[in-house]
Design a protein around this ligand. Structure first.
Ligand code: G3I
Length: 400
């Protein structure tokens, strides 16, 4: 009978099973559209990884970490390749997850024909428009958001001197948004950057970008806060909320798009507890902001984080460890989403405190790739037709 209960109801009735409600379910109950994770193609052959990525109790949305970037989608001029990006888009569709699409214009992961080309403003504008038109058209109807322009700013709020800015000037930004809007009028178009969360000069410059696009008469729907942090450097929930609201006041929505909280290794109980507090404040500020629509972590397990290769000596930035065991950060996120999380010494379980729960029934069977069993699993134990619930390990059975 357990599989026919909603997560919230099961949580109330099954007092010895911890956290019967997942992150996405809790996010929706708190009024957000989604809780999600980034992923990447190489990770999908890891079946236990794939099973949890496909667990829609936790993840209602996924983002391709690399496979929609310019070097993947247009490696040589006019030659487009969508194979890797399509794998992620198809996975999202099969799982019933939303897809955030990332990213069209960025100074990194550009092919050399872009960075080393000999451009005039007119020829680079045409190449930029052609890239955006082709990529957005290919994914038309499949993405909820496109990160149209990514990281256009320096920390002091001046424009980053990438090839687009130096060749075209700041107008490359509204030009990019206009091309995306023309190719898919329905997808929401985002400006996406890091370190906006502190407010200050960079956030002010990002608000100016929103206004630059708006004043050009071009559509801009949202601003993505990447939320890449070091542990203990996350602002308070109220100050994060103030910054988010300074953007929604301009008539755009906001989302946390790439959250992680890195720790100097080895971790300790203290740093893991601080990380839980940091995640709680981050997601809590989204709950506190009308117009904050979702929260995405930059992959879900420390096993596949980008952090250790970029910040030597640092790692462990995500809510699950390298062995896919939940860390205190997981409960921190649930708490920020309004779920009463038991302390480690009690046996009572998580319950939803929000009154707006829209947690979906699990009585119809899990979708393809979804979890259908495993120790502690309280979700569906049957699969939707024609998939079969298949044992993967003691912690995961999956609809295959
Ligand atoms: O695909 C090649 C592989 O063929 C090669 O053998 C291997 C050797 O290094 O490199 C592989 O490419 C790597 C790629 O990730 C795919 O794994 C690149 O070296 C590596 O630099 C690249 O890192 C990505 C990074 O963006 C690039 O700056 C990370 O995975 C990705 O998570 C990260 O994501 C960015 C967001 O897009 C924007 N915001 C910041 C965030 C973190 O840097």
């Amino acid at each position: 009978m357990f599989h026919s209960l909603t997560g919230a109801l099961a949580a109330c009735l099954l007092p010895n099973i911890v956290s019967a409600i997942g992150l996405h379910e809790a996010a929706v109950a708190a009024g957000l559209e989604f809780f999600g994770s980034a992923t990447d193609n190489g990770e999908l052959t890891d079946l236990p990884y794939l099973a949890q990525l496909s667990n829609t109790s936790d993840f209602g949305q996924i983002t391709p970490g690399n496979s929609q970037k310019w070097d993947s989608t247009e490696p040589s001029q006019g030659t487009f390749s969508f194979t890797r990006g399509d794998v992620i888009a198809d996975l999202a569709e099969d799982n019933g997850q939303l897809l955030r699409c990332h990213t069209l214009v960025w100074h990194q992961q550009l092919p050399s024909w872009v960075t080393s080309g000999s451009w005039t403003s007119a020829t680079l504008t045409a190449a930029l428009q052609n890239h955006i038109t082709n990529v957005v058209t290919h994914y038309k109807g499949r993405c909820i958001h496109w990160d149209v322009v990514n990281e256009a700013l320096n920390e002091d709020g001046t424009y980053r001197t990438n090839i687009f800015y130096t060749t075209i000037g700041e107008s490359y930004i509204p030009i990019a948004f206009a091309a995306a809007a023309a190719a898919d009028p329905d997808v929401k178009l985002y400006y996406n950057d890091y370190n906006l969360e502190y407010g200050g000069a960079k956030a002010a410059a990002a608000r100016a970008i929103v206004q630059l696009i708006q004043n050009a008469g071009v559509k801009v729907d949202g601003v993505g806060f990447q939320a890449h942090f070091g542990v203990g450097t996350v602002p308070s929930r109220s100050s994060l909320t103030s910054v988010l609201k300074s953007f929604t006041a301009l008539g755009v929505e906001v989302a946390y798009t790439e959250a992680d909280v890195r720790i100097q290794l080895p971790t300790s109980a203290t740093t893991l507890a601080q990380q839980a507090t940091d995640f709680r404040n981050l997601v809590g500020s989204c709950v506190d902001t009308d117009g904050c629509v979702g929260f995405t972590i930059w992959d879900w397990t420390d096993k596949y984080s980008w952090v250790p290769s970029t910040f030597p000596g640092y790692g462990a930035p995500l809510p699950w460890d390298e062995n896919f065991v939940k860390k205190p950060a997981y409960d921190g996120l649930l708490a920020g989403l309004g779920v009463t999380v038991p302390s480690p010494t009690t046996t009572t379980t998580a319950t939803v405190t929000s009154t707006t729960s829209t947690t979906t029934s699990t009585s119809t069977g899990a979708p393809r790739w979804g979890q259908c069993g495993g120790n502690g699993w309280t979700g569906p134990t049957v699969c939707s037709s024609p998939w079969t619930c298949t044992y993967v390990n003691d912690w995961y059975s999956q609809c295959l």
